[in-house]
Design a protein around this ligand. Sequence first.
Ligand code: CA
Length: 619
Amino acid sequence: MSIRSLLCLLVLLGWMSPGFAQDFVPGEVIVKLKDRDSGKANFMSKSSASMTLKKSYPVLRTHKMALKSGADVMATVDALNNDPDVEYAEPNYYLRKSSTEQAQGRVDYESAQAAFYEVQSMSGSSFNQSSANIQAEQAWDLLSGGATPPVIAVIDTGVDYNHDVFQDSGAMWVNPGEVPGNGIDDDNNGYIDDIHGWNFVANSNSPIDDDDHGTHVAGIILGSTQNILASPIGSAQIRIMALKFLDDQGIGTTTDAIEAIHYAINNGAKVLNNSWGGGGYSQALRDAIVSSNNNDLVFIAAAGNQASNNDSYATYPANYDIPNVFSVAATNDYDYLASFSNYGKSTVHIASPGVSIYSTLAGNSMGYLSGTSMAAPFVAGLAAMMVHEESSIDGFQVKTIIEDTANRVLSLQNRVASESRINMYNAVNVAATGQALNYQPGSNIDPSREIASEVQGGGCAAILPLIKDIIGGPKGPSGPANYLRFLGLLLVLLSPVMILLTMRNASKEREAQGGGQNRRRYDRFKVDTQVQIFFGSQQLCGAVSCISLGGVRIDTHDSLHDGDQISMKIQGPDEDSYIEASGEIVWSKDQESYGVKFNEIDDMNKVQISEWTKVLEKD
Ligand code: CA
């Protein structure tokens, strides 16, 4: 492990916080319980002296608890994480909109339309939001008539759904199961009279925008799919679901974000736009996003506006390594990375225009905003057009196609993974010509399993619990004990290496004795073990379900494509020995699984695999 990755690990574990250290709701904690019924009753009764239940999310086994006044949030979280009824506890982090400033050049919508006609007659362009050549208008020509409009959830400050742009185009989502204003939860989804979405801040059915941010985002999404300054405006081919969880200052909480994500999943959204971020790593938020992945939604996230490297300083939710999470940096009209935009060769996937973007503002007006907040919704609009053409496409396929069809831009080298800025025509064309489902899908992932790349060098889930034991959770207390903890951590991090060296020697001895040759070549065996994958600068973690002398079957998904060359550290079924091998990713459409074909199998690995498979059942 390099010093740099060790430092990253320390930062992520909370010793060297890059900021946001106390950026959580005072007097509140999020608790996920292991058991829905008896465990909950037990937990609530024993904790009643120190905290009270504020809100429950029963499906998630998750509860928002209010602490008695003066209680220390982090100390409570530490204590709860040692409670046998608790799966995990964490602070309720604040989250913030990802735009840089107040809206500029505000004019009313009618004046904007009139001014636009002058521009249009001079330039011949009907696309007015950015002049980077993302080929939006060309993509519109590919949209087929008669398709069901896909629903895009704008998880934000709300949407001015009375704005003429959304009213006249019919772009707002209308809950088909709800009768407006009858005071009854007609569709029994837990929300009364939720017509266009929900306001999680006020807990009301009016997700109207009291900022400008969400309305601006929604206008970019719609404006990616049609000309929003046309008079009269055309019929929308998408639907905007307004989910307000950020208040009039653009600040929200993790629990409200989680509830909004679940609302979107349960009420038919296919694309989630998330132009916000902040706080620390939240297992509860990650679980919600995993659920969106497993339901085939696309989760588009703004990369953030700190001009920092997300590979070194994780920005959430953009940094969650989940197949459907698509992290977007902002570029200007000349395809240079915006001065404020976060970047990351591994963790930021693509760039899209985000400087001085013209779009709708609250109060039936128009104006300019900048931020990765503005870049993300271009990608959301593009994803919506792809879903419009191929409704069964999943989040990972959307991400892969957009990356594969984007325009490579020199200035994005070493800045974003694809080194590219979106091209709407190219990506929609793949979906419109029936090729989208030929792309490998993302896989469902088990929310309980941690992914190695989240801790950048921390290793597989197999060793994570050990790290947690030693440091007392991701936010261990500070003080002189840290030195001992640090030594402990070093030992943990080095232990796979030591195990490996020991294993190597043992294997060599066995090899010298001529053992381990008692299996036929390429018999496959069922196994349930871990693999750590090294791909470029990334480390991923997954499970192995089958092993042979020819390769392994794995469930790891994100960032890996057919034909990629990777190296691996494969854990044995005894959970105590490892092999290292390199190979090529092979995606099997028939089996809907990923495999790694070993490049070559050296004698030492042959001996070790043969040892392992002695106790395994044939596949
Ligand atoms: Ca309802």
